[in-house]
Design a protein around this ligand. Structure first.
Ligand code: IVH
Length: 684
């Protein structure tokens, strides 16, 4: 800020920024509502709106009636006839955190006691107004500027859940209702797939897809899109008398209108917070996108008393969840060669913050997936990170293309060893067939062999593996157990201490259970579950190596795909030679102890939640599995124990609720050491 004031006493740069933001928001609203091709993520739009609102808070003279903070921002295009709503359609104010909601509630309801709040999901779709005249749908319109929208009656008539006649013979004389039109998440994915297959640009998210589908000039196109609608409000009405929002929903449902089953009436702001927290955790269990929760005063008379501002009601507010989608630049697409030779394209992104982490790469899985998503190198793309899920490129913002974007082509040769890549007929994956010689495959395989999920060799991480391979001290996993102090001679960064650590790590790894060795071999499809099944049943690497495919497939938990992969792997003489060198290096290649002895945790299922200071997640899982137990993802009545570390998630609450035994780390250790009796004693 320069400090200079204009004649109205407002800092020059505040006024200038206000002008910029207003202009920018008008433009963004036009792209969002009219073109259905937004160029920024919703969160960026919200952030700009807040900045504008903050400036106006400081300099109220800037808050003129035409400011984007004061009006409903949806504009009109000329493609559809204008339709004036019978009653104005408003928008909602937003809050994002507890304190903001509390402050809003105090401000909104200063003079009145609110006995009941209605909480419902905020559907990420587009608002539509329906008018029923004596039970017949006579008009449907988009929101527009809140006073006049666009007549989309013909298009809305194609939506299956919107009745053209209300049910029963007591239909109100006049009924105007509002709701959200949306495209379910699964239908969105299918639609995009179809668009790309037809050589057209996909939509960046379900909301745009719904808007684009509804605003088709030809309703027959709309009819091919499985749009749905949920009604969430009333406008003008005659012959429809109800005391509350919740009673209205019940009645609307009886009339055959689509209303949500997920609303809840609560009697306190704590109840509101619980609802918000619950759906924050379960937002992905809903069949459509939600971007928050809407909280309304339930009593309609009270709503009337509280009234509204020019833009939004004082009796309702939107509590928005943290954004899960942002836009960023897709700078390039590279490929990775994995330990089994699979070649995976991945997006190199302009680093961006989303869902609590900074994302600069995201996998694109395979060649078809890149095509299916319709992304081009140089595109602005939507990146999504939902909950704990790994970040994903959703799709391109096609409206921002300038013609310089380039199509991704799968390389013809392996980027590391130059071997021509293959993609077998009918398979999605492209592979480097040079399983033995490819440096990338060897590096990844060694790293995996030594990694936590497999033999867990202390000191042998990615960098050490790379250095040893590059200096020819190691050629493949068969050499690992032959490493000695001399193997590190002349290598920088390997002092006696580090070498000692690695050798001790190797010695410990020689005695790990057979299933870990099997996982370490990087046989396609063989993860911990299959490896444990094979080890439990066949008990030695020799038995597994020589078993016919049918015997392998007959092992409980194995099946034909895994059995074939195992037989093929051991059928390759080079792989058998690797196994022999592992054996010669002193590794344990058979199960110890008597056959078939049940593990102490046999038949038990455990859930681990939160961080355990003494165990990584992998180590806790392995410890349970080694004793015959199963690790499952969610708590049910059948769960034997829930192991709870620091900052546990909702699984802890669920365990308490269902009365499932809970173990802290000490209790967990006792369970591992002494079996269930000890574990039960340590519950707490
Ligand atoms: S009530 C007068 N309830 O969110 C208040 N709106 O950001 C009318 N929306 O314009 C809105 N789900 O299009 C309400 N359960 C819900 C909603 C919802 C989505 C949309 C609606 C509104 C926008 C405001």
């Amino acid at each position: 800020m320069t400090g200079a004031l204009d004649p109205a006493g407002i800092p020059v740069d505040a006024r200038q920024r206000h002008g910029e933001l207003s202009h920018e928001l008008e433009d963004l609203a036009y792209r969002y509502y009219v073109l259905a091709q937004p160029t920024v993520a919703d969160a960026d739009y919200d952030a700009k709106m807040r900045e504008l609102s903050d400036i106006e808070e400081a300099w109220p003279a800037l808050r003129t009636p035409d400011s984007p903070t004061q009006k409903v921002m949806e504009s009109l295009s000329t493609d559809f006839a204008p339709a004036t709503h019978l009653e104005r359609m408003l928008s909602l104010d937003n809050v994002f955190v507890d304190e903001e909601f509390a402050a809003w509630a105090v401000r909104a309801t200063r003079e009145v006691e609110v006995p009941a709040w209605l909480c419902e999901l905020k559907i990420d779709g587009l608002a539509v107004d329906l008018v029923y005249d004596n039970g017949r749908l006579v008009r449907a319109a988009t929101r527009g500027d809140g006073i006049t929208g666009e007549d989309v009656t013909l298009n809305v008539r194609t939506i299956e859940s919107v009745p053209s006649r209300l049910r029963g013979d007591a239909a109100p004389e006049l009924l105007e209702v509002r709701g959200e039109v949306f495209l379910p998440t699964a239908a969105f994915a299918q639609l995009n797939e179809r668009l790309v297959a037809d050589g057209r640009a996909p939509f960046a998210n379900p909301r745009n897809a719904a808007a684009g589908s509804l605003r088709q000039k030809d309703p027959r196109v709309t009819a091919t899109r499985p749009l749905a609608m949920t009604v969430h409000g009333l406008g003008e009405r005659r012959g429809f008398d109800v005391p509350s929002q919740s009673a209205a929903y019940e009645r609307l449902g009886e009339l055959g209108l689509p209303v949500s089953r997920r609303y809840e009436v609560v009697d306190s702001t704590e109840g509101v917070q619980r609802y918000v927290a619950h759906w924050g955790e379960h937002r992905h269990d809903v069949e459509h996108d939600i971007d928050g929760v809407v909280i309304k005063v339930d009593d309609l008379a009270l709503q009337g008393r509280l009234g509204s501002t020019s833009k939004s009601p004082r009796w309702a507010v939107a509590w928005k969840y943290p954004p899960e989608e942002v836009t960023t630049k897709l700078n390039n697409i590279f490929v990775n060669v994995g330990r089994t030779g699979r070649v995976t394209p991945f997006a190199s992104l302009e680093p961006v913050h989303v869902g609590g982490v900074t994302v600069s790469t995201a996998t694109l899985h395979n060649e078809d997936e890149v095509k299916r998503k319709g992304v081009l190198i140089g595109d602005t793309v939507v990146v999504r990170r939902a909950g704990d899920v790994i970040p994903e490129v959703v799709g391109p913002v096609a409206a921002l293309r300038d013609g310089t974007e380039k199509k991704f082509r799968m390389p013809k040769k392996c980027p590391e060893c130059g071997t021509p890549l293959v993609r077998p007929e009918g398979e999605a994956d492209t592979r480097c067939p040079n399983t033995v010689g490819c440096p990338a495959q060897r590096r990844e395989a060694v790293f995996h062999f030594a990694g936590r999920g497999a033999l867990d060799i202390d000191g042998l991480g990615y960098e050490t593996a790379t250095v040893l391979l590059e200096h020819d001290r190691l050629h493949d996993v068969g050499d690992i157990f032959h490493l000695t102090a001399e193997s590190f001679a002349g290598l920088r960064g390997f002092g006696p201490k580090k070498i000692q650590q690695i050798l001790a790590g190797l010695e410990a790894a020689r005695h790990r259970p057979l299933w870990r060795l099997l996982v370490g071999l990087s046989i396609r499809h063989v993860g911990p579950t299959a490896a444990q099944a094979l080890a439990r049943e066949l008990r030695s690497i020799d038995a597994i190596m020589t078993a016919p495919v049918e015997d392998l497939a007959a092992v409980d938990g194995v099946g034909p795909t895994i059995a074939t992969a195992v037989a093929e792997w051991f059928g390759d003489e080079r792989n058998r030679a690797v196994v022999e060198r592992i054996r010669a290096g002193g590794a344990q290649v058979a199960e110890e102890g008597p056959a078939g002895g049940p593990g102490p945790l046999d038949g038990m299922s455990l859930v681990v939640t939160g961080t355990l200071p003494g165990f990584s997640r992998d180590a806790a899982t392995a410890a349970i599995q080694e004793r015959g137990g199963k690790v499952v993802g969610s708590v049910s009545k059948k769960t034997s124990y829930v192991v709870v570390g620091d900052s546990p998630g909702s699984k802890y609450d669920k365990a308490v609720q269902l009365g499932v035994p809970i173990l802290d780390e000490a209790g967990f250790r006792a369970l591992l050491d002494q079996g269930p009796t000890a574990g039960a004693a340590a519950e707490g």
